[in-house]
Ligand binder design. Structure first.
Ligand code: ME8
Length: 659
């Protein structure tokens, strides 16, 4: 019987629903996704958790502002997060929402335990309070200004439940000392140690000033303070407290990935809560740095938000993953700029990986009938490249283990550069057709394909979608993600393997155009949602009967429609359907069968050879029992909507995309 795999439980923060997701949230989630994929290849049974933090004052207020109930409000934003992770292809295993019943139960259970162990007491919070923002203000000076709205605060006295955090000062310091791996990177660890050494005050963990929260068991005028509620999500999602077996398997978490601004909650309050409840602590908290956008903090009021969707739609989700993990040292702050993104895309992905794959695979296709050649005798050049591959494997593993993604990628790209250099110096394309030369060409192309196979495996955690494509083109079975990393060796590419279908990988983009497209999509995304039913102005009497332009769509909605130039190859009538013609249309990559409702206006013979605009990514459907795989674009003219086929003023290449 196969031994059970060790578990690996990795989490991201659960994101507040009072703001929409941007690349900062995506950054943590894609880093977690990368670690999850790497650990899976290392043989772990991985559980990757993310979710949304849905309680608290701000959410209550945002919903009120929109005139909807808090639950409708949170449902909408939670769906947006969930949908985004799906669009980006993240392998999220569990998605938790703090408004779920199981979570309320877990929070109440946890704090009941903590209370039973003597670490909770009722008391009064006395201090400055901002009525406008409904929040406690730390500055104790009478009349201090609220840091949020800068209005003067009032002194209030409110009944709260308090957690006796002060009791955990020594235990926490001991724990940090004994478990240096608990808190990373080093700078954050030092910061936390110095904070705790400065003394810990008891922590207010309930509120009576809001309703949108989890009720305190047995004292329902209190709800849990949003952070005591939020942190508990990591337990709830692991099955706490009812699913005992599952909880014992998953807990403690192997790593909580967080941004550095919430380190105190995760490295001080959270372990103290767990100690107080007698539960094991997570094995590691890793706090990464902040992503700046053009050197500034991203914020709605500055108008400098960058979301993930435009980048994923213009360059692919892998490009965003690669850029953020390659450009920024994980753990430190870093800058995002569209210029740097597109420059790296072209240099490292299009010219780097994309070029190595296309050179190697095209030459094998051309010279070896699409089968991996058999390598002959090794020269020092092959030995050197094999050596580079060994180094890349060892380095990538070492750096992935330390979450040093940029260094792992550097090591992998050093192998790509070495393989490129190898091809350039060995020049397989310059060899002639003699058996010896063909044999030598086989050795070179096998070697370069083997380097490509290794690159695919090593880069897979960061570039899952594109390495899957190359893997299939290399004729390999399964995906790189389900290969055993530890069994990875140079020399395993089997000669004779039939290559798969070549797929475009990172086509070069025009820098200015790509940046403009990303920017335009972002602007659309940031526009407030259109009012639900703006009345269309009535047409003036006697005006041309052109229909009113319907509701505006975002550029990304338009780019979902793929239109190409097609050429009609055959056209015939369909018996029993007097409006339909059955066409076969060449769209550049294949011939499609498409039905068009133009039979009353066009003679089939007159259509053959015509170039038309075709929507090529419509889901296939049957019209009068005949399959139609696409749509021909036509203007609907006059009251009866006579179809007039769209054409082109100049001769255009079949398959060209319409934009
Ligand atoms: O803090 N750079 O939620 P949140 C890097 N609900 N990472 C960023 C970032 C940026 N500019 N902006 C956001 C909360 N992040 C709480 C968490 S957990 C029990 C509760 C990422 O929506 C980063 O991971 O404000 C940061 O910690 C998190 O989003 C904050 O998300």
């Amino acid at each position: 019987m196969a031994a059970t795999k060790p578990k690996y439980y990795i989490t991201t923060p659960i994101y507040y629903v009072n703001a929409r997701p941007h690349i900062g949230h995506t950054y943590t989630t894609l880093a977690a996704d990368t670690i999850a994929r790497y650990k899976q290849m290392r043989g772990y049974d991985v559980t990757f958790l993310t979710g949304t933090d849905e309680h608290g004052q701000k959410v209550e207020r945002s919903a009120k502002k929109e005139g909807i109930s808090p639950i409708d409000f949170v449902d909408r934003v939670a769906a947006e997060y969930h949908g985004l992770w799906q669009e980006l292809g993240f392998r999220v295993d569990r998605f938790i929402r703090t408004t779920e019943t199981r979570h309320a139960h877990a929070v109440q259970h946890l704090f009941r335990e903590i209370q039973r162990n003597g670490y909770v007491e009722k008391g009064y919070y006395e201090g400055n309070y901002c009525v406008h923002d409904e929040m406690y203000v730390e500055d104790p000076t009478p009349g201090a200004l609220c840091p949020e709205c800068h209005r003067p605060t009032e002194v209030v006295k409110e009944e709260n439940y308090f957690f006796k955090l002060g009791k955990f000062e020594k235990p926490l310091l001991n724990y940090y000392q004994e478990h240096p791996e608990f808190l990373e990177p080093e700078a954050r660890r030092n910061e936390v140690i110095s904070f705790v050494s400065g003394g810990l005050r008891d922590l207010s963990i309930s509120r009576t000033t809001l309703k949108w929260g989890i009720p305190w068991p047995g004292d329902e005028k209190h709800v849990f303070y949003v952070w005591s509620d939020a942190l508990t999500n990591y337990l709830t999602a692991a099955g706490y407290p009812l699913k005992k077996e599952e909880f014992e398997r998953l807990w403690p978490a192997d790593v909580h990935l967080v941004g550095k601004e919430i380190i105190r909650f995760h490295a001080v309050y959270w372990p103290a809560f767990l100690m107080a409840a007698g539960l094991p602590l997570p094995k590691k908290i890793f706090a990464h740095g902040h992503l700046l956008f053009q050197e500034e903090k991203m914020s709605k009021s500055r108008g400098n938000i960058q979301s993930a969707q435009p980048i994923a739609r213009v360059l692919g989700a892998d490009a965003l993953r690669y850029f953020l993990l390659r450009e920024i040292v994980f753990g430190q702050d870093g800058n995002f700029s569209r210029e740097a993104l597109v420059a790296r895309y072209n240099s490292d992905l299009a010219n780097g990986l994309g070029n190595l794959a296309s050179r190697t695979l095209t030459m094998i296709e051309k010279n070896f009938e699409g089968r991996v050649p058999k390598p002959g005798e090794e020269t020092p050049a092959e030995k050197a490249l094999a050596g580079e591959a060994q180094t890349a494997m060892a380095e990538a593993q070492k750096h992935y283990e330390a979450f040093a993604f940029s260094r792992a990628l550097e090591a992998i790209w050093a192998l790509i550069a070495a393989a490129d250099k190898y091809l350039t110096s060995e020049q397989p394309w310059a060899l002639g057709g003699s058996p010896d030369e063909q044999k030598r060409r086989g050795t070179i192309l096998w070697t370069s394909a083997e380097a490509l196979r290794i690159v695919c495996l090593l880069a897979h955690p960061v570039l899952p979608a594109s390495t899957n494509k190359v893997w299939a083109t290399l004729g390999q079975s399964g995906t790189p993600g389900n290969q055993d990393w530890d069994a990875l060796r140079w020399g395993q590419l089997a000669p004779g393997t039939r290559l798969g279908k070549t797929e475009a990988l990172f086509p070069r983009v025009d820098k200015t155009e790509a940046i403009e497209r990303i920017e335009a999509m972002e602007n659309e995304l940031q526009k407030p949602a259109a009012p639900a039913a703006a009345a269309a102005p009535a047409a003036a009497p006697g005006a041309a009967a052109a229909p009113a332009v319907s509701e505006k769509i975002a550029i990304e909605d338009f780019t979902k429609v793929e239109m190409r130039v097609g050429q009609i190859k055959t056209a015939e009538r369909i018996a029993g359907a007097d409006k339909l013609l059955k066409l076969t249309v060449d769209i550049g990559t294949e011939i499609r069968q498409i039905c068009a409702g133009i039979a009353q206006y066009y003679e089939p013979e007159a259509l053959v050879g015509r170039k038309v605009a075709v929507v090529v990514n419509l889901a296939p459907r049957k019209l009068r029992g005949v399959e139609s795989n696409g749509m021909i674009v036509a203007a609907a003219v006059g009251p009866e909507g006579r179809p007039v086929l769209a054409g082109f003023l100049e001769d255009v290449e079949v398959g060209a995309r319409l934009r």
